[in-house]
Design a protein around this ligand. Structure first.
Ligand SMILES: Nc1nc2c(c(=O)[nH]1)N[C@H]1C(S)=C(S)[C@@H](COP(=O)(O)O)O[C@H]1N2
Ligand SMILES: [Mo]
Length: 521
């Protein structure tokens, strides 16, 4: 460094050390901002600084952690995060200097920072592959910015070395550094705020204790699960439950801030807070949700135990007026669904304002803190997540989000069946063919399997909790070697046989039989 200073001084220039540090600092802030925003978008567990903070807490000796708690109280975490942030930015400033000294010198420093960040993320419970992306993207972006700024610094240095005017190069660098720095600072603040809210609500969710049900669902019969490898479980775990929504970013709603209003064509407007909802006598109900976009044989269907309050009881308080035939539910993010009023007031249908899913508060992406679940109707006309408003109205006056986009105003779920196993190659002999079939709210009477276009053979139907869920089915097939096709069809409890006519999902749900080709060895 002294040598460089001496030689550059000899050519009448300065080493630009502070400028390089500034570039490193700006690049570091930009990288952290990108990582935070990325984490907010993709996976909050992927936020590198707080992940490293947790790792540090884990690694610190307990007395030191307790000392921090005693002296700083609840400020211990923010203080730790601030220390780590400052440390990272100091290292980034040094990376700027290293990059100016030698190309990729800064990249090496950034790589070390990235490895630390990734180690923090890896140490976090439940870090999915997606969680590593924010750190990688953030630091890569940071390095690209650093390289761009150092390019300008080199132009400046070269101009100085050649005893040429440096003012243009200097201005070029400073403008770039200031603009980038300003944007990075705004991004960093935005990232902090958004991520902070997401994390806070996540923690509020984790602290929530679901109230017990006044009317618990009967235990799921063991015979509902045939336990065939590869067959969808009767109850879909939350982590595997399909997700469909129009939200670019999952709405983050603190239960304390949530309320629902029921208005429109009602005699009495009703408002409900989360605490009031949770204190009502709740019911449990197992129901299978299906997306209208699910293609024949598709995966956009899942079964869960829901905990909630019957919507009909809330509507009874509001007293819909004559002529109303639809409830337009609105989500905090603006999504709307139009549900037939009679499906919601029907005493025989458990349409719920749900707060629990499989024994947990709703996961954020499945509508936390409150969503609707209406057995028998596709999600787009019934299952509003993050619901904040119910407007009693008419199909004539109002339309749900998807209807103007070409989807049917009413969306009863179509009778359907799916083959889960086998899907490809099997050994000759006795092969278990198995899958799921659903006719929500009507119930199933039979499932049949056809091999190579032959006669329809009855499959065995597994048990269920009621007509609102799918059912597993299985069929023992004596497979002979060669190529075969397997087809499935269901019959509902009313005796209606599944529609063989192939239709695409739009406008009101796919139809046709699911068929798979299997190679038998
Ligand atoms: N707020 C909101 N709620 C929504 C949607 C949406 O886009 N936004 N999509 C609906 C659709 S199309 C379906 S199929 C279900 C899916 O619920 P899930 O993501 O919990 O599986 O949610 C419904 N509720
Ligand atoms: Mo859907």
């Amino acid at each position: 460094m002294h040598q460089r200073a001496a030689t550059t001084a000899g050519t009448g220039t300065r080493p630009l050390r502070w400028e390089a540090r500034l570039a490193g600092l700006v690049a570091g802030v930009a990288g952290l901002a990108a990582a935070d925003l990325g984490a907010w978008l993709l996976a909050p567990v992927g936020a590198p600084i707080s992940a490293v903070g947790e790792l540090v807490i884990d690694l610190l000796p307990a007395p030191l952690v307790n000392f921090g708690k005693d002296t700083l109280g609840t400020a211990d975490k923010p203080v730790l995060v601030a220390i780590i942030t400052v440390a990272v930015l100091v290292v980034c400033a040094f990376a700027g200097q290293a990059e100016l000294r030698r190309r990729f010198g800064g990249a090496a420093v950034f790589a070390v920072v990235a490895v630390l960040g990734l180690a923090g993320v890896a140490a976090r419970a439940g870090a999915q592959p997606m969680a590593y992306l924010p750190t990688v993207v953030g630091l890569s972006l940071g390095y690209l910015l650093l390289r761009t700024m150092v390019d300008r610094l080199e132009t400046w240095r070269d101009a100085a070395a050649a005893a040429q005017p440096t003012s243009t190069a200097r201005r070029g660098f400073l403008r770039l550094a200031l603009v980038t720095g300003g944007l990075a600072a705004v991004g960093a603040v935005a990232g902090e705020v958004l991520l902070g809210a997401a994390t806070r609500v996540n923690q509020a969710r984790l602290r929530l204790r679901l109230p017990g049900a006044a009317r618990p669902a009967p235990a799921v019969p063991a015979a509902a699960d045939l336990r065939v490898p590869g067959l969808s479980p009767y109850v879909t775990p939350n982590a595997d439950f399909y997700r469909i929504d129009t939200a670019l970013q999952v709405p983050v709603i603190d239960p304390d801030d949530w309320s629902l209003t029921i208005g429109g064509m009602v005699e009495q407007e009703v408002t409900l807070s989360y605490a009031e909802l949770a204190a009502l006598p709740l019911v449990e109900h197992v129901a299978t949700l299906t997306c209208v976009s699910n293609p024949v044989g598709g995966e956009l269907v899942g079964n869960a135990l829901w905990l909630g309050y019957p919507i009909r009881d809330l509507l009874a308080r509001a007293r819909p007026t004559a002529g109303a035939d639809m409830v337009l539910s609105t989500s905090q993010d603006g999504f709307t669904a139009g549900t037939p009023l009679d499906a919601l007031t029907d005493p025989g249908r458990q349409a719920l304002l749900a707060i629990g899913m499989n024994g947990e508060p709703l996961p954020l992406q499945h509508g936390f803190p409150v969503r609707m679940v209406v057995p028998g109707l596709y999600g787009y006309v019934s299952a509003t997540k993050w619901v904040t408003e119910l407007k009693v109205t008419t199909f004539e006056a109002d339309r749900g989000y998807w209807t103007p986009l070409g989807w049917a105003a009413r969306g009863p779920i179509k009778l359907a069946s799916r083959i889960d196993v086998p899907r490809r190659t099997v050994d000759a002999g006795r092969v278990v063919v198995a899958g799921v079939a659903w006719a929500q709210h009507t119930g199933l009477a039979a499932v049949e399997v056809q091999v190579d276009g032959g006669a329809w053979q009855p499959a065995e139907l597994a048990a269920t909790t009621g007509p609102d869920t799918w059912r597993q089915w299985s069929y023992a097939w004596d497979a002979t070697s060669g190529e075969h096709s397997l087809t499935v069809r269901a019959t509902d409890a009313d005796g209606t046989v599944q529609d063989p006519a192939e239709a695409p999902p739009a406008p009101d749900g796919a139809s046709g039989y699911h068929q798979v080709s299997v190679t038998v060895r």
